[in-house]
Design a protein around this ligand. Sequence first.
Ligand SMILES: Nc1ncnc2c1ncn2[C@@H]1O[C@H](COP(=O)(O)OP(=O)(O)O)[C@@H](O)[C@H]1O
Ligand SMILES: [Mg+2]
Length: 474
Amino acid sequence: MDRKAFRELIERFWEIAGGVSVRTKILGIVLGGTLLFGLTTVLQVRYALHQVLVARTQDWGIAMASDLAARSADLVLINDLLGLHRLLQDAILHNSELRYLFVLSPQGEVLAHTFGTSPEFPAGLIEANPLPPGAPYRLQPLRTPEGIIWDIAVPIFRGRAGVLRLGLRDTAVRTAVNTVTAWLMLTTMVVSALSIGIALVLTHLIVRPIRSLVEMTERVARRDFTARATVWAHDEIGALAQAFNTMVEELAQQEQTRAFYLRRIIEAQEEERRRIARELHDETGQALASLWVGLRNLEQTLDPDTLRTRLEDLYHLVDQTLNRVRRLAFELRPSVLDDLGLVAALERYIRDYRERFGIEVEMQIVGLDERRIPPTIETAVYRIVQEALTNAAKHARCQRISVLLQASPRLLSVIVEDDGCGFDVEQALQAGRESRLGLYGMRERAQLVGGTLTIESTPGQGTTIYLRVPLESA
Ligand SMILES: Nc1ncnc2c1ncn2[C@@H]1O[C@H](COP(=O)(O)OP(=O)(O)O)[C@@H](O)[C@H]1O
Ligand SMILES: [Mg+2]
């Protein structure tokens, strides 16, 4: 068999073995093991037992032949053929393993035998086992239609009175070996049946928790986070069930958080729209209405001086409205961020901020001139800095803020530091889960672009926000 065919065979085996259930696999292992052990034991015992029994039977045969030879010596010497015949008949009658006995004279004639009267003395038997002169005995297995017969030749009176020949059947040996084999086979069958029973119970113990785990996994896949696996035992599968439960709890927690913030984000979005709607309706709409009324009044004004003052007022109103609309647009999404990039947008925002809140903001940019970073990162950084500065204005009661943007080829790091009152970060984040989005939103935005956000603050000692965003050096 070449290597390719061998590999195909192995693959085929794995395919079949992989396709059957765990229960079948374990049953296969147990049954295979028991049968293999049983069969090798049967073969070994058969072989060893056969060897021992054959040796013992042959020893017994030789002893028997020597004994008979000694007893027949006198009979041969006094030529008592009847006595000789009777001796052989007697021996064969009492020993079922003996197939035949006969005595040859020194000249090789048959003096007495046990083959009876009518059938011929088997042809060729005399020559089948020639005894060499001086040998104590000679053993020769003969293949006959009745099976193996061991022919044993022993000298009578050291050969001077001829030779005694004895035929020994192997049936006793065969029967004993076969009986033992049958018993061993039966034992193997019984042990196999018992092992299958035990294996069935054990596989049930193994398969049941796995099935339950599969069922629970399917429930979790359908977003049912109440699913919990039962920990049946403190083994590897038990550990798996435990790990599964921990995972599901974690997932449920995350799902809850996700749902909460999704709701908060949608609410915040609606809040923002409400604000814009109010602004457009109350401010811009009112202004345009006043403009309309003013223009209508202009129609009836004939006096050039009054006309001029009224026109002046109207210009002023248009100016104000334009400014408001611009600011609204800028707050929503500064176009400078798209057109000129992060640095320009932040500079513009900080300029406005200084005017609005009267807080001194110092901005330092390192390694970012001329360089555009991916728009998603720009937006994220812009919004995070915006929120940090808004928080500082809203909560910190600070005088100075410093903003540092530092870019290396692979990392953008931003630090916003105020000298305000500071706060307990853990507590604020904890409380923020229920109500506020600011700190959480900063962190989320940082994570969305693969970055990390750290807030360091101690009450009374100001606040520092560190943002690190990896830059793909494209
Ligand atoms: N720079 C800061 N200085 C002092 N306190 C701050 C600062 N930033 C945040 N905080 C505190 O953390 C809380 C949560 O902030 P945030 O999540 O942005 O919510 P919000 O700004 O809507 O109050 C604030 O209410 C404030 O108490
Ligand atoms: Mg805030």
